[in-house]
Structure formats: structure tokens, C-alpha cells
Write a protein that binds this ligand. Structure first.
Ligand code: MN
Length: 725
């Protein structure tokens, strides 16, 4: 635990004129109020606000902020009241404590409806004073550092998710890169420990393989060359965070092989013009990688970040990423808003003023302005450059109710989000008073008015452009019902035709339960649907009705894999398949060419008498069906993770021919919850083996986790998911 005098000393080191008395009183008060309360770790509760205060002194924050950190949990968790805090510590501290308390009450749920409102509250709380957010982020950082003490895994996971989804982007948005990275990495350790461990192991391996020496040589050479050109520069090599490496591995089809995948080099020079000079030297010495140069000095990022970025084929032919900046720019990059707020040697009021007037936080001031003064709700969020919720758009009903939708959402999504019935009856839409096509992507702040008609029903076309799950499922359900009617009708006609040819009429009297059972259906309608969908041969039904008509050698009924009517779990072949958009009773196959997995975008191809074959949407085989669009069936996986069935994912792997490589491979797959069902070595050379491995997995996400883990394994050279060939 930090001692009282240590805390005071720390603040004094960067702010000699600090209010020592205030800090001392806040320290004693908070310790007394928390009394014997304990943390999950068993430590006295007071250790938490104290550590939070410590984090803020690392950012060189002012006395009021540090006191706020000490007091931040007193109003919520102890007898202390805001009035008392104001009386004892003044208006400024009381206002900050109040802000942090309010912020802590906001619970971020994944539920979309609540998020918009919470977001509004969050903006309000932090816009009063950005220091509120700094305390909150430090609070979260300490809670994440001590998260492992928390006994309940679900709770740990929820907190980690909230941190990575809300707080890390917020830290990024106000430029506190350092806190953002630590929050992400701590969350990553909780959310996917396996993955993080494999990255750690891989990094260790690369270091041991001489990576460290290479980095030292690169730093030496860069420093030497810059010195020769007359530039005073210091060069630093920094390992990228495990989370950012993991994200890159998942996003791009790469394993981390190159130095540029794991290291970033920073050249520190004294002034802005030296930055450009150093850039010129580097570009003159080494070939540049096209498209990688960024000038964030003349055009800073919205969060204030300044630096030059480039990628070159550097010393010893290593591809390296280089950032060039001054120490001031570096401090800003690490501390963001806090760098402006913190006390500099040359007095403090300038720092504050700079921050208030500075461009860095114009977005926040604008946002605050809109939230506080918006007459109409559509003004809210309009024109704001807040990128936090870039995957969401906020729209309004004519009454001004806020509807949050994923980016790309259309008026149809909007209608379904308001009410299912509204969606079903939609015929048109006006956005901001103008009539627009129903597939128009909505923008932030759009006011959307839906026109309806009683006779309207959901259209199959809608399914192609809606993005929300709710709209999709409603439309599909409707289409399914409609298709069923059509199949039923068709089946009835087909059977009538066969009967007529033999001189009979269709008479429902001939049907009975034994017969339904024979065809694995429940009733007459289902049987007709089965015929119409090509799953039951009309001739077989005819023979069942009139056995005397059956030729002596009847063709055998094809053995098919039937989707049961109800989701009853049966043993054996007819497991219910987690696919939506199929007609009950229809036979189902998974294509051997592309091995579709839950999570893949899929289509069904109907083959009369055979049923439906599921392909991934990018499967090459689909080309051969391009001329027969009537055979294509829109299908998708059932939502929800309550379908624990496994599916085969096929991997193409190249491994180094070294002892134990195969063992490592299967260990990695097993550790990540995969189960190898088939393994075939397709090519064997002296150094490498190519192989095909089939793995039982839950869904694509599970498979891509396994792929990423394999890519992190040194003995494994390449890993790719098998596609049709
Ligand atoms: Mn706290």
C-alpha cells in the first residue's frame, strides 16, 4: 500500500505548489470511512482508492483529481454523503466525486435498447469534467489488475467484456494509449486465456530464436545512420501487445513470422522539423513499403495523436514499422488528455486552459453542447465525430424515441426494431421527410417514418438487405410459412396427377396414421408438403393408397436424412439440424466440398428427390448452379449457442518435420477444445509435411480460434481452412 507521505511526495514531485493538507485530509477521511471493509483479495478496501490515486499520480494529475480518487467510492459504499464531502473538501472535489459516482451507476448491458440511453448518461457525466472519466478509467484499471481475486468466473468475464467493449475504446478516444493497452490485455487474459498463453509462448520462442539480438542490431544501425546524417536521435524497440497481435492474426490470414508483426520501432528526435528530417534519412536508406506512410503530425488523429508512421525494409532485410516523434508527442500519445491536464514545470493554469480550448476535445465539447441544448432529439449525436459507437447508428421515431441499430441498418430493420407488426406491414419509408427506398442504409440522427398497409406482408427481397436479427427472423418465418403453403399446394397437384393417370381421384379418406408414419409425417398437410418439396415421391404415396397398383419390383425408397418436424432429440441419423429456412420434412446434407460450419454464411441447393445440400456462400461448387436460381434456398444457422452439436472443419496445415511437431499440433487443437477426427498427410518432404486435418468444432468462431492458436505455434508453418477445390 502507498503510504500517506509517499502519495504527497509523488504529487509534489510534479506539482510543488500542491494542496498538501487537502490530500492528507482526503486520505484520512477515506481510510476512516471504508473502515474494516475488505476487497475480494482480503486486502483492506482502502487499498483500492489509494491505488487508483497512485495511477493518477503516474499521469501527473492535479490535487483535486487525486483527492477524488481517494474519495471515489465513499458516497456509494460508505456512510459518507455528498454534502459532507463538499463541506470538507470543497465544491470542485464534491462535483468530481459526484460525477464518478454517477458514472459507476451506469451499467452497460449488451442489450441494445439500454445502450443508447446509457451512452447519453455517460456523455453527460464525463462532459462536465473530463477528469471524471480519468478517475473512472483508473478505477477500472485497478479493478482489472485485481480481477483474478474475484471468485465467480461469469462475473469476471462480464467485467472483462465491458472493459474491452466500453472502457478501452473510451481510453483510446481520449488518447490514453497506455491505459487502453493495459485494459485490453487484462481483459484478453480473462476472455481468452488460452489464446493469450499461446501468443506468450510464441513470443518467447521468437525471442529465444535470436529475435532479441536482431532488435538490438536494428536499433544500433538506425541510431548510427541517423547520427551520421547529423540527427540526434534515440531509437526504441517495443513489443506490440499480445491482444493487438491476436487481433491481427484473427483479422488477417497471417501467422506472425515477421518482425513487423511483433515489434514497433520508435525514433525519438528533438523537434518537429527533425521528425521530417529523420523520415527523409530513413526513406533514403531503406526501401519503403508502399501505402504505409502516415503523417499524423500535419494531420493529427481525432484524439490528438501526433507522429510520423512508415514501414521500410530495414536493416538485414527485416520489414519494420517505424514511428517518428518528439518526446512531447510521445507523452501525449501515452497519456492523451492527461498529458494536457497534468502539471508541467512551467506552471499549471496554462495546461488547463490549453486543454479546455484545445482542439483535442472539441468533439467532447460539441457533444456536451448537443446533449445539453438539443431542442430536437435528432440533433443529438448529429455531427459528432465520436467513433466509439462507429458500429452503431442512432435514429429517431417521429415521436423522438431513440432507436439504436447496427451500422448498415435499413428502414425495414428500423420498423422491426420499433414493433414486429410495424415491420410486417411496411410499404415505404421517409427519412428526414424524404421518401427513400426500403434498402437505404440509415445514418446517425435520421428521423424515420414508416408507412404501412394492412394488406402488406414481408417480402423475400427484404431478407437480402436487412441486418438485424429480429428483422431477419421475422421475415424468414413468414417466408417459411408461405413456402410451406406453396409446397403443400404443389404436392397436392402432383399427387392428383399421378392418381388421375391411373383413373383415381384424390380422396382424403384413403389416408391414415399408419401411412403418415410410413412417410415420417404427422398429417395430410405435411405429406402434401413433403411431396411438393421433393422429399416424398408422389408415386410412393400412390402405391400406399392403392397397393394393388404397385409393380412387382418397386424401386427402393431412397434413404435420406430427414429434418424432423419437431425438435425432438432422437438417437442416430436424424438429429435436428440447427438450420433455419428449411421446410420441415426436407432432407438435408452438408456439402463435402466446403464443410459449412455454424457462423458461415450458407445457401441451400435443392435437388429433387435428394433434398437440400448446404454450401458456404463462397463455395466454388455453387457456380454450377448459377443458371438454376430456383434451386437456391435461403437458409441460415439457428441463433443461439444452445445447439451444442459439433461440425467438421477441415484444415490444410503445413508443419515442420521435427520431432514432436505432430504431438504439439494435436495438443494445441485439443487444448482449444477441438477434436481431431481425421488426419491425412498429403505431401511429405524432408523439411515439411502438408496435411489435411478434420476437426470437430462448434462453429466458425471456434475454428478460427483454433486456427489462430495454431498460427501462434512455432512448429506450424501455415494453417488455412480448406475450401472447395
Ligand atoms: Mn472503485
Amino acid at each position: 500500500m502507498i503510504r500517506q507521505y509517499e502519495l504527497v511526495e509523488r504529487i509534489k514531485s510534479y506539482d510543488p505548489g500542491m494542496d498538501e493538507d487537502l490530500v492528507n485530509r482526503a486520505y484520512v477521511y477515506a481510510m476512516r470511512m471504508h473502515g474494516t471493509q475488505k476487497r475480494a483479495s482480503g486486502d483492506p478496501y482502502f487499498s483500492h482508492p489509494l491505488e487508483v490515486a497512485g495511477i493518477l499520480t503516474d499521469m501527473k494529475m492535479d490535487t483535486a483529481t487525486v483527492c477524488t480518487a481517494l474519495l471515489h467510492d465513499t458516497v456509494e459504499d460508505t456512510e459518507a454523503t455528498l454534502e459532507e464531502i463538499e463541506k470538507l473538501f470543497g465544491k470542485e472535489v464534491a462535483r468530481l466525486v459526484d460525477g464518478v459516482t454517477k458514472l459507476s451507476k451506469i451499467e452497460f448491458q449488451s442489450a441494445q435498447e439500454k445502450q443508447a440511453e446509457n451512452f447519453r448518461k455517460l456523455v453527460l457525466a464525463m462532459s462536465e469534467d473530463i477528469r471524471v472519466l480519468l478517475v473512472k478509467l483508473s478505477d477500472r484499471l485497478h479493478n482489472m489488475r485485481t480481477l483474478f481475486h474475484m471468485p465467480k468466473p461469469e462475473k469476471r468475464k462480464r467485467i472483462a467484456l465491458e472493459t474491452i467493449e466500453i472502457y478501452a475504446p473510451l481510453a483510446e478516444r481520449i488518447g490514453i494509449h497506455k491505459i487502453k493497452e493495459e485494459l485490453e490485455d487484462l481483459s484478453f487474459a480473462e476472455i481468452n486465456a488460452e489464446a493469450r498463453d499461446s501468443i506468450t509462448a510464441r513470443l518467447g520462442y521468437l525471442r529465444a530464436e535470436g529475435g532479441e539480438a536482431v532488435v538490438a542490431r536494428i536499433i544500433d544501425e538506425l541510431e548510427k545512420k541517423l547520427k551520421e546524417a547529423g540527427i540526434e536521435a534515440e531509437v526504441y524497440g517495443r513489443e506490440k501487445t499480445k491482444y493487438s497481435i491476436w487481433k491481427k492474426m484473427q483479422r488477417k490470414n497471417i501467422s506472425f513470422e515477421q518482425l513487423s508483426d511483433i515489434m514497433a520501432f520508435r525514433i525519438s528526435v528533438t523537434g518537429v522539423s527533425e521528425c521530417y528530417h529523420a523520415l527523409g534519412i530513413i526513406h533514403g536508406l531503406y526501401p519503403t513499403v508502399p501505402g504505409r506512410f502516415k503523417d499524423y503530425i500535419s494531420l493529427p488523429k481525432p484524439n490528438g495523436y501526433r507522429s510520423l508512421h512508415t514501414t521500410v525494409i530495414g536493416p538485414e532485410n527485416h520489414r519494420i514499422e517505424v514511428q517518428i516523434r518528439t518526446p512531447e508527442m510521445h507523452e501525449e500519445a501515452e497519456l492523451g488528455v492527461a498529458a494536457h491536464w497534468s502539471y508541467k514545470q512551467d506552471g499549471n493554469s496554462e495546461g488547463k486552459a490549453a486543454m479546455k480550448e484545445g482542439n483535442q476535445f472539441r468533439w467532447l465539447r460539441e457533444l456536451m453542447d448537443i446533449v445539453e441544448h438539443a431542442q430536437k432529439p435528432e440533433e443529438f449525436l448529429e455531427n459528432t465525430k465520436l467513433e466509439l459507437y462507429q458500429d452503431q447508428v442512432f435514429c429517431f421515431t417521429p415521436n423522438g424515441d431513440l432507436i439504436a441499430l447496427p451500422r448498415g441498418a435499413t428502414p425495414v430493420d428500423f420498423a422491426y426494431a420499433v414493433h414486429s407488426d410495424l415491420g410486417d406491414k411496411t410499404v415505404g419509408a421517409k427519412v428526414n421527410g424524404r421518401i427513400v427506398p426500403l434498402n437505404t442504409a440509415l445514418g446517425n440522427g435520421d428521423q424515420v417514418e414508416i408507412t404501412t398497409s394492412k394488406s402488406q406482408t414481408p417480402s423475400t427481397n427484404w431478407e437480402r438487405f436487412v441486418v438485424t436479427g429480429k428483422a431477419k427472423s421475422r421475415i424468414r418465418r413468414f417466408i417459411r410459412m408461405q413456402q410451406r403453403d406453396q409446397y403443400m399446394d404443389l404436392g397436392r397437384k402432383m399427387l392428383e396427377k399421378v392418381l388421375k393417370q391411373a383413373g383415381f381421384d384424390l380422396n382424403e379418406k384413403g389416408f391414415n396414421h399408419d401411412m403418415y408414419r410410413q412417410f415420417k409425417v404427422e398429417n395430410f398437410e405435411d405429406l402434401m408438403t413433403g411431396i411438393g418439396s421433393g422429399n416424398v415421391a408422389s408415386r410412393d404415396v400412390f402405391y400406399a393408397l392403392h397397393p394393388e397398383q404397385r409393380p412387382r419390383e418397386a424401386p427402393p425408397t431412397p434413404q435420406t436424412f430427414v429434418v424432423p418436424e419437431k425438435k425432438t432429440h432422437q438417437k442416430g441419423k436424424s438429429q435436428p439440424m440447427p438450420i433455419k429456412g428449411l421446410i420441415p420434412g426436407m432432407a438435408l446434407h452438408f456439402a463435402r466440398c466446403c464443410h459449412p460450419l455454424p457462423g458461415d454464411r450458407i445457401v441451400g441447393i435443392v435437388t429433387t428427390g435428394k433434398g437440400v445440400t448446404i454450401h458456404t456462400i463462397d463455395c466454388d461448387t455453387l457456380e454450377s448452379f448459377a443458371d438454376t436460381p430456383e434451386r437456391w434456398l435461403d437458409v441460415s444457422w439457428e441463433d443461439g449457442e444452445d445447439t451444442p452439436e459439433s461440425h467438421v472443419g477441415r484444415l490444410l496445415i503445413t508443419i515442420a518435420n521435427t520431432p514432436g511437431a505432430l504431438g504439439t499440433l494435436s495438443t494445441v487443437i485439443g487444448k482449444n477444445g477441438g477434436n481431431i477426427t481425421n488426419l491425412k498427410i498429403t505431401n511429405r518432404s524432408l523439411d515439411f509435411w502438408d496435411m489435411i486435418i478434420d476437426v470437430w468444432v462448434r462453429d466458425t468462431r471456434h475454428l478460427s480460434d483454433i486456427i489462430a492458436a495454431l498460427r501462434a505455434t512455432p512448429e506450424i508453418t501455415t494453417v488455412n481452412r480448406a475450401r472447395s477445390r
